[in-house]
Write a protein of this length. Structure first.
Lengths: 636, 1163
């Protein structure tokens, strides 16, 4: 008995003491750490994708200041609940504030993406790229180039929003001291030089085309990087950042001026970069996409409609066969369901899921030229003052406007890009399940009983205009919703040509070379050249002959051609034209009225608010408290 | 005895005496023969005569004659004088005796050998002790027998017993033995057994005060109250008995030092939130450690525990009391032990209760007409261009529906009182509890079973073939068996199982029925009816034609359909097996014992959900003339509506816990010095199934050694040293082990001689103090700070390729490694005073001061530009808390029929940040340091704006990029920093903390003959809460993801809100609005919504009747008591919208008022 007890005690002591040391080492030694991300080529490729990750998030245009703050599309605000994050759309109503900024890309809040995190990822990639043993030299060079491009692009994105920003070239260690982490904002020129420098390092090692589109389409190429470099230099040369008097005295805490004085040579640099990009793109087989191949079941397609579709096709054609597309973030853009009005009974019953919220205000519809290729308020032959009078669809406009349907005069005699971009009450909507052009759908939007008319607020288009260009004609909204996807370009050839035209005009004034790039684009949509159109139809026939006149023409051309593509919000900012655009109310029709005479009375649907300070984003007040080396942007 | 005999034999004596002598001799010889049977076998006779023989000569002669080898030490026998012998046929034993007579020597025969050795000092050789059998009875001073009193022979091992159910004992002892008779709560008695007294009736005096009781301390150690130097509060289990199926709901006000409040009254989800001495850290874990029979379990396990099964309930509050739990004790410890069997015949205890419960306070909802008028006001008041939400036709016809006027139609113009339709005003609960206990000297047992049946308050609908109502059942089985394996070894085997099952409507968020309640509060009363009777087109339809709003996309928000559409069943259980071994190690050294526990338990949960997809309809056209309507089927998309049930499996959760404990205990009394010491080793592991990450799947472990050394002198001066040395898996090897020492002292002043003059007033007076460290390793929800947490397979994906066909999941950093993170530690000082005044009033008063440091906190200075993917943490924060616990106890027996007891306790706990890393705000009022923990934070509301013009000209109040600027009737905030913008820089600390600083309870109970009556009041004070405007604002969409409708209108808001017609700048509710962006200004946390959470309530009232014992005996019962009681019967508070204990969760399932009838039978 005694022996038994003694043994028992001994056993307990042995069991307990023996197990102590290892007992608390719960974590196995091979638990994944960041080192594992670079152990092999495949793991490193995964990390490269992580570097791309935030960039691809920008494919959601609701996050984009270029898309949501241009007043090309507005969003109804009084919904009980919103299907999307409406922060971006609400900014033009004056809700931006420093306490809690909207689309806060600095801190990654309010539908913004924390871009400093993206930059840190890129730096981590660059610091570890030599780790994987099985990574070949060529692939390594390409990946380094891609990461540098991404790092440059993230800096550029922040630069467009905030202007002078800190440059994060290498990562600070996690345990960095309080003083070290308090970085400073760098002057605009330094930031631009840094971005351009990174791009210059990246471009030589990037491929000129994607050889394996099924796996790599969307990865950056040399022509795309050159096009982005051109855009960066265009932005730096533009009035917002080049000698902007509003920011002339903006200094950091040590007294350094953060904005440069005007420097005309920046336009030359931009023009050179544009030309280099165009050359590289054309060498890679990129060009304007002027060929539209209708789907096999399309019948009775007239030339007029074909011109419209050719214009739209520059956006819609599948990327791997689309010669116009320089770079997009993804081969799928999500958002068509917000753009298509209800045109069938079944769609009407199925109205909850696919609300056509994206409403185009009248100011945007009026940007589009008359069928003579000049602005409607300049066209001598176009009844600008009587544009809101009623007119009935006739045989002549059969493929644009429903025959016998009463609509408004402004829908008649417009350029094909108008019919390609805008859906309106009485307008023909080719596609959506019916491919016989003679039987095409049209939009009936007057009053609550019409198919496309307002129902409850959350399924209502509040202006009576739809962004038709953002809905592929093969996408069907009927019983359910059947998507035929397309990609949203970050840069396409038309945009690059227009950048070059703009730069050339700034450098040399109106030259035939500058005008020729504009004319090529107009020609695709069936419009005559700038010079002849203005000479023949404009009440200001000499407009293309002056630098200012041609600048206005190129700016409007760019806004028309790239409408709804998330570009003009950025363009209007760099041109410092956004304040002017947003100084007029956003108008729409009286959508609840069912009689044409009542419906076609324009009402204000939204009053934009835009002040000088809104050209740049505010840094959140709290970030300024945490890092007192930062200075707030002017006027915030 | 032998001596007596030999002297007697030479004495002259009478015949009778002689006879007796002969008998004695015979007995003795027989006895000898019996005892030394082996020796007798070799016995041979000696015949030898010699004068002046030495022993040596004699022994050698004996050896010759008998063959026995005789061993001796010459040193011993050389001194012996020579003797003359004349043996004739004398047995060798006799011969040896003759030889050794008169010498201090004796002999021993072993086999063929004889050993000559020294005579034992006291005794004669081989004289067995004479034992006598005594009996006795132990009673108290009133003559009531005491069962289970221990009767122990002092200084004699193995002689002990305890009294049976009649208070009697039987014991065989030697005369002269001192017996110690003791029983908990009584003063020990000692008696000396004398030879001629066989019956000892002992009367035990009750200990000087009732406080002379045993307290259960860390690791279940029992200690006399007097000797305790730490802060420990014991709750009598009876005081926790309330008519609710949740033990935690009884905690508030029942013990000094507990801060508790209840946030919901929903069956199965009604756990109170409780803290020991308030919230003493702003770190991650603020909850006390809960130990049931030494095993760490969850709040739910505590909540489901049956009060009848509880033996003791202790709350360990200060460093000294919790030190043994070292790294886990910083937030206090709740220690519960369950009952064990007592020696005796089986005792059966049976309790049956039936309760009716109803809301303590129901929300008042405005009628449908007011709803529509105010909705119109809200919509058009914000934006006059909007279409009118409810036109006059709709309002008039709805009014007609309500009045049941001519041609009314409740389906086309519905007016639905959703709450009334779905929720019953009251519901019932049944509880039954049965226990059997008893024991033999070898084994004692306590076996109990209980069953609680709680019903929800949902209406059972005849349309449904399932029962809609919530049915929450809880079964519990418990068996505690004590086995005395040997005289020194006891094994305890405990098995317990708690099984609960839920059946009820399908819920979206798994919170049982409350979402039906919540959804009903967020559904418009006038948009659609619950269901339609079939119209002409739907005569053949098999399914219910549910109503739905025409305007809303899926999922539709018809609470009736959500209730009817399906069914959820879930089952939850914890099964525990525990083996304990108590080994007395007196054979090593007196007072040493070993105690070991092996325990394992398994928790499991699973659920299943069945539901169909309801068909929703609205009225597409209505013919007023013949009062017929045509229905329109709304959800026609294939798959959106199905008549048949679909099955949705739930996610089972299983966890397994393993616990090992070993204690070495030592205690020794040396005259006036008492020493005791313990050493405890513990290790614990929990493993979870279905862990979502590798990190969670790794076993959760901790390990510790703890020790205690206590010394007291004269039972008057006490001192104690404790330590916990704990290891935690969470920290890097450098910080893995933490050492937490404490020291405590106590002084029983009333035992001092000089105190005697005060004895009449202060029956007892004790001072104690403790100081020490305790730790907390649960500093974050993150497990391993020393290891980085990288998701190598997700978190930052990208997709490339034609049709987005090629993707990688990316890499995301969840946490950076930080090897420096370490224990959160609390430095705790506690000073206590215990006294008994005038014999009847016990007072315990304690003050404490805790300084918590190394609180883990997110580093606040890391700017976004660093680009870190996860925040960085460090042990930076410090907090201070101090307070007062006060307990009063009063007992007065007025005469034999009437007695009164009273109890009261009061807890005051305050805390504040003493160090907090935060940005260097220029505004002093934003800094945390010096502010209480969990205090409200927000804007200071001045009043409502007079009109739009004033709102426009005041400092900007836009709070988010989607918010709208305020208008007249919206809340005007104070621009604290005067910069013309109201933003986060103008927010400051508001009101009292949301956890009450004062919680108190007091009650009185009286007993008169067989009747008893008791009342208990409970309250809290110095507490604030904010009405959550996000939740209660009428007409706007709820913030809860699963609720799609608009919030109903509270009557009080309808009566008193700012409107153009009632421009009251201090109206209860500001200007109405129909969507969140419009009223964003009013949704900000501010003093506008701040309310005092103070209240006092009549927590319980109980009236009982016990059957007179003569009647119950006839019925074959020991005892029978019938009682009626009530819970939460009345509340006093300045807040009127809902029960103030709910705090900001006004739309939560209301706290219940319970009326209960119960019967308790003892067999």
């Amino acid at each position: 008995m005694k022996l038994y007890l003694k043994l028992f005690c001994l056993a307990i002591i042995v069991i307990f003491s023996g197990s102590c040391k290892k007992y608390l080492d719960v974590v196995p030694p091979d638990v994944g750490t960041l080192d594992y991300a670079f152990r092999s080529r495949d793991a490193a490729e995964n990390y490269l994708f992580a570097c791309y990750s935030d960039l691809q998030q920008l494919n959601d245009l609701n996050r984009s200041a270029g898309f949501t703050t241009s007043s090309e599309i507005i969003f109804p605000f009084d919904l009980p609940s919103n299907p999307i994050d409406i922060t971006g759309f609400s900014l033009i109503t004056g809700t931006q504030n420093a306490g809690n900024p909207g689309l806060n890309y600095w801190d990654g809040t309010n539908n913004g993406i924390g871009m400093w995190k993206s930059i840190r990822r890129c730096n981590t990639m660059l610091a570890n790229i030599n780790e994987p043993a099985d990574l070949t030299a060529t692939e390594k060079a390409r990946w380094i180039a891609e990461t540098k491009f991404l790092k440059a692009y993230y800096h550029y994105y922040l630069f467009r929003l905030y202007g002078p920003i800190p440059i994060i070239d290498v990562n600070l260690p996690v345990e960095a001291s309080t003083a070290e982490v308090k970085v400073k904002r760098m002057p605009v020129n330094d930031v631009v030089n840094y971005i351009v420098g990174l791009l210059d390092q990246a471009i030589p090692d990037l491929p000129s085309t994607i050889d394996n589109p099924s796996k790599e389409l969307g990865r950056i190429t040399a022509p795309a990087a050159m096009a982005i470099k051109a855009e960066v230099l265009m932005t730096a040369a533009s009035p917002l950042f080049n000698g902007n008097p509003d920011y002339a005295n903006f200094k950091d805490k040590s007294g350094t001026l953060l904005f440069p004085a005007y420097d005309a040579t920046k336009w030359q640099k931009a023009a050179d970069a544009c030309k280099a990009a165009i050359d590289a793109c054309e060498a890679a087989g990129l060009k304007l996409n002027t060929t539209f191949l209708p789907a096999p079941n399309v019948t009775n397609l007239p030339d007029s409609l074909k011109t419209v579709l050719t214009f739209q096709n520059a956006l819609w054609q599948n990327w791997d066969s689309n010669p116009e597309l320089i770079w997009s973030l993804s081969s799928i853009w999500h958002g068509q369901e917000y753009c298509i009005p209800r045109m069938t009974q079944k769609a009407n019953q199925n109205d909850g899921q696919n609300p056509a919220y994206y409403a185009v205000p009248m100011s945007t519809t009026e940007l589009f030229y008359s069928n003579n290729g000049v602005p409607i308020n300049e066209d001598k032959t176009w009844d600008y003052t009587g544009r809101n009078e009623l007119r009935v669809g006739d045989d002549a406009n059969f493929f644009y406007i429903e025959k016998g349907y009463t609509t408004v005069k402004s829908n008649f005699d417009r350029e094909p890009r108008y019919y390609g971009s805008i859906g309106f009450d009485g307008g023909i909507w080719f596609g959506n399940g019916i491919y016989d052009a003679k039987q095409a759908h049209y939009v009936a939007a007057r009053g609550v009983t019409s198919l496309a008319g307002p129902k409850a607020l959350e399924k209502t288009n509040i202006t009576g205009y739809w962004p038709k260009k953002l809905a592929n004609y093969l996408t069907v909204y009927d019983d359910g919703f059947t998507w035929t996807d397309f990609q949203m370009p970050v840069m396409r050839m038309a945009g690059l040509y227009l950048l070059y035209a703009e730069a050339l005009n700034e450098v040399n004034g109106p030259t035939p070379e500058a005008i020729s790039y504009v004319d090529n684009i107009r020609a695709r949509s069936g419009l005559a050249g700038v010079v002849s159109s203005w000479a023949n139809y404009s009440n200001n026939p000499t407009k293309p002959t002056t630098k200012d006149g041609l600048r206005a023409i190129i700016h409007q051309e760019r806004r028309i051609e790239l409408c709804f593509e998330g570009q003009s919000g950025w363009d209007l900012r760099r041109w410092k034209e956004l304040q002017g655009v947003l100084s007029v109310p956003c108008k729409g029709w009286s959508i609840y009225e069912s009689q044409a005479v009542n419906y076609y009375r324009a009402v204000n649907v939204e009053i934009p608010v835009f002040n000088t300070r809104d050209y740049l984003w505010p840094i959140a007040t709290n970030s300024l408290v945490i890092n007192d080396n930062l200075v707030q942007n002017p006027f915030w | 005895m032998y001596k007596n005999f030999t002297t007697n034999i030479c004495m002259p004596s009478g015949y009778a005496k002689k006879l007796l002598l002969i008998m004695k001799i015979t007995t003795f010889l027989l006895f000898l023969a019996f005892m030394q049977v082996s020796a007798a076998g070799f016995s041979q006779k000696i015949t030898y005569e010699k004068s002046d023989a030495t022993l040596k000569q004699l022994f050698s002669e004996f050896n010759k004659q008998t063959g026995y080898n005789i061993f001796w030490s010459s040193k011993r026998i050389n001194a012996a004088p020579k003797i003359n012998v004349n043996f004739v046929g004398v047995p060798i034993e006799q011969a040896l005796k003759t030889c050794l007579q008169g010498l201090d020597l004796t002999y021993k025969i072993e086999g063929k050998s004889i050993v000559i050795k020294d005579l034992p000092v006291d005794d004669q050789p081989n004289a067995p002790p004479k034992k006598i059998t005594i009996t006795g009875k132990v009673t108290d001073t009133l003559g009531v027998k005491i069962t289970g009193a221990s009767v122990v022979a002092e200084n004699v091992r193995g002689i002990a017993t305890s009294t049976d159910e009649n208070g009697k004992f039987v014991l065989d002892v030697e005369p002269g033995t001192t017996l110690k008779i003791s029983f908990i709560g009584f003063v020990d008695e000692q008696v000396v057994v004398s030879e001629d007294k066989k019956v000892y009736n002992v009367i035990l005096r009750e200990a000087k005060s009732q406080m002379e009781e045993v307290v259960v301390l860390a690791y279940g150690k029992k200690e006399r109250k007097e000797a305790v130097v730490g802060s420990v509060t014991t709750i009598k289990p009876a005081d926790l008995k309330i008519p609710a199926s949740n033990l935690t709901d009884a905690l508030a006000g029942s013990a000094a030092g507990i801060i508790a409040f209840q946030g919901s009254g929903q069956p199965g989800q009604d756990n109170a939130t409780f803290f020991i001495r308030g919230v003493t850290t702003f770190g991650y874990n603020v909850n006390p450690l809960i130990l049931i029979d030494n095993i760490e379990l969850s709040t739910n396990d505590l909540a489901r525990l049956q009060v009848d099964d509880i033996e003791s309930f202790s709350i360990l509050k200060d460093a000294s009391a919790t030190a043994l739990y070292g790294a886990r004790g910083a937030n206090g410890v709740i220690l519960v032990t369950t009952k064990s069997g007592k020696l005796g015949k089986p005792t059966i205890n049976f309790r049956l209760e039936n309760s009716i419960s109803e809301n303590t306070q129901s929300l008042k909802i405005a009628d449908p007409i007011t709803y529509m008028n105010d909705f119109n006001e809200a919509a058009l008041g914000r934006d006059p261009t909007q279409p009118v939400p409810f036109n006059q036709d709709k309002i008039l016809n709805t009014e007609n529906t309500i009045n049941k006027g001519p041609g009314y139609n409740p389906y086309v113009y519905p007016a639905v009182d959703w709450l009334k339709m779905l929720i019953k005003p009251s519901t019932t609960t049944q509880r039954a509890d049965l226990s059997v206990s008893g024991g033999t000297p070898f084994a004692r047992y306590y076996v109990s079973g209980s069953y609680d049946l709680d019903h929800g308050n949902l209406v059972d609908d005849p349309n449904n073939n399932n029962s809609d109502n919530v049915k929450f059942q809880n079964y519990q089985l418990r068996s505690n068996i004590n086995l005395n394996l040997t005289k020194t070894t006891e094994a305890v085997v405990r098995f317990s199982g708690t099984f609960s099952s839920y059946a009820g409507p399908l819920t979206t968020d798994g919170t049982f029925s409350s979402d039906v309640y919540k959804i009903a509060l967020h559904t418009s009363p006038v948009l659609f009816p619950a269901f339609f009777p079939a119209d002409s087109a739907n005569r053949q339809t098999q399914h219910i034609l549910y109503g739905a709003p025409e305007a809303l996309g899926t999922p539709y928000n018809n609470p009736y359909a959500l209730l009817e559409r399906g069914h959820k069943n879930s089952s939850e259980s914890r099964m525990l097996a525990q083996l304990e071994l108590n080994q007395n190690l007196n054979f090593i050294t007196e007072g040493l014992a070993f105690h070991g526990i092996f325990s394992t338990n398994r928790y499991s949960y699973f659920d299943s959900n069945l539901a169909y997809n309801p068909f929703y309809y609205n009225v597409s056209s209505y013919n007023k003339a013949n009062n017929t309507y045509v229905l329109n089927w709304l959800n026609q998309t294939p798959g959106d509506a199905e008549e048949y049930l679909q099955y949705f499996p739930g996610t089972p959760i299983i966890s397994n816990q393993l616990y090992l404990q070993g204690n070495i205990d030592y205690s020794k009394q040396l005259h006036n010095h008492n020493i005791s010491a313990n050493l405890v080793f513990t290790q614990q592991q929990t493993v979870y199934s279905n862990a979502s990450t590798l990190i969670d799947a790794l076993p959760h472990r901790n390990l510790g050694i703890a020790g205690r050394a206590a010394y007291n002198y004269l039972g008057k001066y006490f001192t104690e040293f404790n330590f916990g040395y704990n290891g935690s898996e969470r920290f890097s090897a450098n910080n893995r082990y933490g050492f937490f020492p404490t020291i405590g002292v106590g002084w029983l002043v009333s035992e001092e001689k000089w105190f005697e003059p005060l004895d009449k007033i202060f029956t007892r007076f004790k001072l104690r103090a403790s100081y020490g460290l305790v730790g907390n390793d649960a500093i974050s929800d993150r497990r391993f700070f020393y290891a980085s947490d990288v998701n190598l397979n997700g978190g930052a994906s990208a997709t490339f390729g034609t049709n987005a066909g090629y993707s990688h999941p990316g890499v995301a950093i969840n946490n950076y490694a930080d090897p420096n993170v370490t224990w959160e530690t609390s430095k705790q000082l506690n000073i206590g005073l215990e006294m008994t005044l005038l014999k009847n009033l016990n007072i315990v008063a304690e003050v404490y001061n805790y300084n918590r440091y190394n609180i883990l906190q997110q580093r606040s200075y890391i700017p976004s530009t660093s680009g870190l993917e996860a925040p960085i943490y460090a042990n930076l924060g410090k907090a201070n808390s101090k307070g007062l616990d006060l307990t009063l106890d009063y007992k007065q027996t007025i005469n034999k029929d009437l007695s009164i007891t009273g109890r009261g306790n009061f807890t005051y706990a305050t805390d504040k940040y003493t160090s907090y890393e935060e940005p260097d705000y220029p505004e002093a009022y934003r800094h945390f340091v010096g502010q209480p923990i969990r205090e409200g934070y927000g804007y200071i509301a001045e009043r409502l704006f007079v009109d739009d013009a004033e709102a426009a000209s005041s400092p900007t109040q836009i709070f988010s990029p989607t918010g709208k600027a305020p208008k007249g009737g919206d809340i005007k905030y104070r621009d604290l920093n005067g910069d013309g913008i109201i933003d986060s820089r103008d927010e400051t600390f508001l009101g009292y903390p949301s956890v009450p600083e004062i919680v108190y309870g007091y009650g009185l109970s009286t007993q008169y003959k067989n009747f008893d009556l008791s009342a208990f009041f409970q309250g809290q004070a110095m507490v604030s809460f904010m009405i959550d405007p996000n939740e209660v604002s009428p007409f706007v969409q709820s913030t809860d993801a699963y609720i799609y409708g608009n919030t109903q209108l509270l009557q009080q808001f309808a009566d008193n809100h700012w409107s153009p017609g009632n421009q009251n700048l201090f109206a209860l509710y500001p200007r109405l609005g129909v969507n969140r962006d419009d009223i964003e200004n009013n949704l900000q946390p501010s003093t506008w919504w701040l309310r005092s959470g103070a209240f006092m309530r009549l927590k319980s009232l109980e009236f009982g009747y016990t059957l007179p014992s003569n009647i119950s005996k006839k019925l074959g019962l020991k005892n029978l008591r019938v009682y009626f009681n009530g819970l939460n019967l009345y509340t006093w508070s300045s807040f009127k919208l809902w029960d103030p204990e709910l705090g900001s969760n006004g739309f939560a399932y209301p706290i219940q008022k319970v009326y209960n009838i119960g019967v308790n039978v003892n067999l």
